[in-house]
Design a protein around this ligand. Structure first.
Ligand SMILES: Nc1ncnc2c1ncn2[C@@H]1O[C@H](COP(=O)(O)OP(=O)(O)OP(=O)(O)O)[C@@H](O)[C@H]1O
Ligand SMILES: [Mg+2]
Length: 362
């Protein structure tokens, strides 16, 4: 078993800097998920860890050994790609055993490992089929099986489920989680899918422009994003953001005047003074709606309501015409387009970001 430690990793293609100094320490047996916008360097980082790309600077340690200049085959890593890249003319059995055959293992040893992996993945019945005779989910399992037989210390997955339909993704997600539990190997996983990231990860790494923005447990990132980028990247719908200015502040509480002029009570943050510009953030599920009255507060117009069954998303346009907000409310609350409502948020539910977009602690 092996942890992965990377330090000061830089990588560019031509003039373009893609990875700008990445430091990460991944514990033995940990499941770490990389997320970030398209082009931020997730795949490049994964490929650098497994040795398919060589870093311009920095070190890659695997299991305590410096692997920076070691060939991919000798790093004890297996990578599973989005395109499963199965050999079409080979059976499932041969696809899974091929790397072992190349490595010179005896047929009996290959058989044992392939059968073991097939049992873990429940594909014993498919071993004589060719890839074209398999469903997407079955192909995905074969691709993972091909990685498992090599008994790697570390698995790298680059969006392995993105070709599957929604139902199958859910099923494979659960199987991957179980696989991780069974094998206990270190897993590093890239995905665009928020739910995959939240449910699979022990820790999530949020990348942007080749830099790590934040690392933490899924709930920690969701509940305490370190900056505006992480706040708006994680969570669906994205966190509601409203620009404002501190009007008054004491040790416990402050009042923020938001665009449009309404005064909003917010739990005080350290380091702020009257007149400071801030961005307030609130998750859709922490925003309640009330019929508008003369009761002050922030007024909004209902712009659309989506009934999801278990809850409704209400799209709101503030009086000020500022950016649209989304509230998640009770399914029974029937809001009509054009209706005016008042937003209610508990003072300690607001996230507060300074003018540099950095989250401020209470
Ligand atoms: N071999 C290469 N040569 C030149 N540029 C490359 C090469 N590989 C990747 N890039 C560039 O590096 C940047 C990061 O690419 P990368 O594939 O790591 O992004 P990503 O975060 O995985 O994105 P996605 O979510 O779209 O898969 C992109 O701008 C890409 O065009
Ligand atoms: Mg990629």
């Amino acid at each position: 078993m092996a942890g992965v430690a990377i330090q000061g990793i830089r990588k560019g293609f031509g003039q373009q800097q893609i990875l700008r100094g990445i430091d990460l320490s991944i514990a033995d047996g940990e499941f770490v998920v990389f997320v970030g916008p398209s082009g931020c360097g997730k795949s490049t980082l994964l490929r650098t860890i497994c040795g398919l790309e060589s870093a311009d600077a920095g070190t890659v340690m695997i299991g305590g050994k410096d692997m920076t200049h070691v060939s991919p085959a000798r790093r004890g890593i297996a990578m599973v790609f989005q395109s499963y890249a199965l050999y079409p003319h080979m059976t499932v059995y041969d696809n899974m055993g091929f790397a072992l055959k190349l490595a010179g293992l005896a047929p009996a040893a290959i058989r044992e490992k392939v059968m073991q992996a097939a049992a873990v993945l429940r594909i014993e019945a498919l071993l004589e089929r060719k890839p074209k005779e398999l469903s997407g989910g079955q192909r995905q399992r074969v691709a993972i099986g091909r990685a498992i037989v090599r008994q790697p210390e570390v698995f790298l997955f680059d969006e392995p489920l993105s070709n599957l339909d929604a139902a199958l993704r859910v099923q494979m997600r659960i199987e991957l989680k179980n696989l991780h539990r069974t094998l206990g190997s270190t897993m590093i996983y890239v995905t665009h899918d928020q739910v995959e990231a939240m449910t699979l990860a022990d820790r999530i790494v949020v990348l942007r422009g080749g830099v790590v923005e934040q690392v933490g447990a899924p709930l920690e990132l969701y509940q305490k994003p370190a900056n505006l980028f992480v706040a708006s990247f994680l969570g669906s719908p994205a966190m509601n953001l409203i620009a404002g200015k501190v009007e008054a502040i004491d040790a416990q509480q402050m009042t923020v005047r938001v665009a449009g002029g309404a005064l909003v009570p917010v739990a005080a943050r350290r380091g702020l003074v009257v007149g400071a510009g801030v961005t307030l953030g609130v998750r859709a599920e922490h925003m309640a709606l009330q019929a508008a009255g003369d009761n002050g507060g922030m007024h909004v117009q209902v712009h659309a309501a989506e009934l999801l069954g278990d809850a409704s998303y209400v799209y709101l346009t503030p009086d000020s015409g500022a950016t649209q907000l989304i509230a998640r409310v009770d399914a029974e609350a029937l809001w009509q387009n054009g209706q005016t409502a008042r937003i209610l948020v508990a003072p300690d539910r607001w996230h507060v970001f300074n003018e540099d977009g950095v989250a401020l602690a209470e």
